[in-house]
Design a protein around this ligand. Sequence first.
Ligand SMILES: Cc1cc2nc3c(=O)[nH]c(=O)nc-3n(C[C@H](O)[C@H](O)[C@H](O)COP(=O)(O)OP(=O)(O)OC[C@H]3O[C@@H](n4cnc5c(N)ncnc54)[C@H](O)[C@@H]3O)c2cc1C
Length: 336
Amino acid sequence: METYKNYSLKELNSFNLNVRAKIFSIIRSIKDVRELLTMDCFQDNRHLILGEGNNILFTKNFDGLIIRPGIMDFKVIKETAGYVTIKAGAGNNWNAFVAICMARQYWGLENLSLIPGSVGSAPIQNIGAYGVEAKDTIELVEGIDISTGELLRLSNNECEFGYRSSIFKTSLKDKIMVTSVHFKLSKYPNPKLEYGPLKERFKDNPSPDIFSISTFIIETRMSKLPNPDKLGNAGSFFKNPVIPLEEFRGQEDLHPGMPHYPAGDGLEKIPAGWLIEQCGWKGKRLGNVGVYPEHALVIVNYGNATGREVFEFSEKIRHSVKEKFGIRLEREVVVV
Ligand SMILES: Cc1cc2nc3c(=O)[nH]c(=O)nc-3n(C[C@H](O)[C@H](O)[C@H](O)COP(=O)(O)OP(=O)(O)OC[C@H]3O[C@@H](n4cnc5c(N)ncnc54)[C@H](O)[C@@H]3O)c2cc1C
C-alpha cells in the first residue's frame, strides 16, 4: 500500500481540475484494504473510492482519504467449449482489459471499446454503449464491505443492474469497494449489431470479426467525443430521462418530433442531448465552461475552469430543461 498527503488529483479526474486530496492511498490487494480499514487515516477521515476519475466532478479539494484500487490480476477461472470466465482486478484499465479479451477472441465486450475508466468502476454505473451494457457479461462482482472488512460476492442478479445504475449506486452506495469483477465471455463469434449505426455499417456483413466492430466503434467515438487529455470532460453529464408512456404522449403533443425509444415496462427514454439542444445549449460557452459543439450531453472545461464553475453551468442546463419541458435531468456524473 502507498499513502501520500496533499496529493494532486489533476491527472486523476477527466475534467482536468486542479484539485487535491488530503490523503491518497493506493491499495494493491485485499490484505491492503483490510489493513487500511484499521488505520487512523481511514477511521478519522471521510473517504472516497476513486478509479480513473472519468465520471466524477470535484467541486473543491477533497478533505479526506481517497482510496485508489490498484488490484491488477487477470485470470481465466473457468473455461468450457463455448465460454470463458475471467476474473479481472478492479485496478485494470477498462480499455486495456477489453483489448486483451478481444486479442484472445473472447466476445462480449467489443461494443464497450474505448470507454475510459477502470474495471472496478464498470459495474458501479453499469457502463453501456452501442447496444451493450456491462451487465450483459458480468457474472459476479467481488468487493469488500468497508464497514466490516468482509469479502462479499454479488451475483449478477444481486447487483440490481439498471440503466446507468446498480446496487452500488443505491442501497450499497459508498459501502463496498469493488475488488474484482468476473465476466462470462463467449468463445464463439457473437456480434451485437442491433444498435442503429452498427446495423447500418454492417448491413452487408452480418458476421464481422471482433476487430472490425471495435475499430468502427472507436472511430465513431473519437469523431463524436472530446478526448479528455485535450479537453476536460466526463462523457455524458446527464442520464437520458425515462418517463411513463402516458407522460411521453403529453410531451409529444406539446413538442412534436421529440425523439424517444421504448425502455420496457411502459416507459419511454428521451435523449437528454436533444432536450439540451432544444434549450439552445449545444455549443454554448460561458467563460471557461461549455457544451461540446458536437455532442450536447458533454460539458467541457475549456482550460481553467473550477469544479464549482462546471457544476453551476450544469445546473443552468438542468434549470432550462425543467422550465421548457418540465423534465428533471438526473446527473450521470458523480459530484463531490
Ligand atoms: C470521454 C468519455 C466518454 C465516456 N463514455 C461513456 C460511455 O459510453 N458509457 C458509459 O457508461 N460511461 C461513459 N463514460 C463515463 C466513464 O467512462 C465510466 O463511468 C467509467 O466506468 C468511469 O470509470 P472510472 O474508473 O474513471 O470511475 P471514477 O470516475 O473514478 O468513479 C466513478 C464512480 O465509481 C466509484 N468507484 C470507482 N471505482 C470503484 C471501486 N473499485 N469500488 C467501488 N466504487 C468505485 C467512485 O467512487 C465513483 O462514484 C465516459 C467518460 C468520458 C470521459
